[in-house]
Design a binder for this molecule. Structure first.
Ligand code: G5P
Ligand code: MG
Length: 225
């Protein structure tokens, strides 16, 4: 069975909290489209589009891309979706949350709560496959390593490290998250749709997210089955 065509959800959490990791598990389980603002921006940077060139200036320094650019970009993207969706990385400011809400009333907002010390430790080992957004960790923790070091599991193409994963840029991203994105959590709390999940690892967080979503999207477990 498929999730409702109109199921609309967002996943929130600081940089490196595992939004991409948990989103991959969600869309492998439910029939939702993963719309990641960061992945979409990185694809545009790679393709040297005008939005990519503009966004690159901000992303490199760990700053946020301006609200007007992001709102237009993501709302256009959502028009292309063919099923329910899970937004990751958007909204990131209260203005973005308000703009989205005017167009789409969401069913649920998931918030990942992971200590910053854990995040800083794992980010240095993150490697990504840019075309798909698939994310791996090549650290000593042996969490989700690629089957072959440096290569994407599905395509065998090379993995890269993100420019904005340098320690000084991560620090800036976490500061901006505190200032700009925490109000988004409060926005959804006021709307009564916020669910928070705390843990040090994605394996600890995932079963709680799954339980929550099953209650919202009943009897629709697994695309894989
Ligand atoms: P992004 O791309 O949205 P962030 O900063 O929100 O970037 P990020 O860094 O992508 O979030 P994540 O998705 O939350 O982090 O985390 P992840 O990739 O799944 O996991 C991080 C690492 O930890 C991976 O290596 C993973 O394998 C590993 N990991 C996960 N779980 C575990 C675990 O349990 N144990 C261990 N050991 N490892 C684990 O945005 C990037 C930039 O784009 C711009 C901004 O400039 C932003 O900085 N941007 C926007 N600007 C304005 N408005 C918006 N809406 C924007 N959206 C993007
Ligand atoms: Mg991500």
């Amino acid at each position: 069975m498929m999730a409702s065509k109109f199921f609309k959800s967002v996943i929130l959490g600081p940089p490196g909290s595992g939004k991409g990791t948990i989103s991959a598990r969600i869309v492998n389980t439910f029939n939702l489209e993963h719309v990641s603002s960061g992945d979409r921006l990185r694809q545009n940077i790679k393709e040297r589009t005008s939005i990519g060139l503009e966004a690159e200036k901000y992303i490199k320094g760990g700053k946020l891309v301006p609200d007007d650019v992001m709102i237009k970009f993501i709302c256009e993207d959502l028009k292309q979706t063919k099923s329910g969706w899970l937004l990751d990385g958007f909204p990131r400011t209260e203005a973005q949350a308000q703009a989205l809400w005017e167009i789409h009333k969401l069913d649920i907002a998931l918030n990942l709560v992971v200590p910053y010390s854990v995040i800083i430790d794992r980010i240095k080992d993150r490697w990504v496959h840019l075309p798909s957004g698939r994310v791996y960790n090549q650290g000593s923790a042996s969490f989700n390593p690629p089957k072959i070091r440096g290569k994407d599991d599905v395509t065998g193409e090379p993995l890269v490290q993100r420019d904005d994963d340098k320690p000084e840029v991560i620090k800036k991203r976490l500061e901006l998250y505190d200032q700009m994105t925490k109000p988004v959590i409060e926005f959804y709390r006021r709307k009564g749709i916020l669910h928070e999940f705390t843990g040090n690892t994605s394996d600890e967080i995932w079963p709680k997210v799954l339980d929550c979503l099953v209650a919202y999207i009943p009897l629709q477990i697994t695309k894989r089955a």
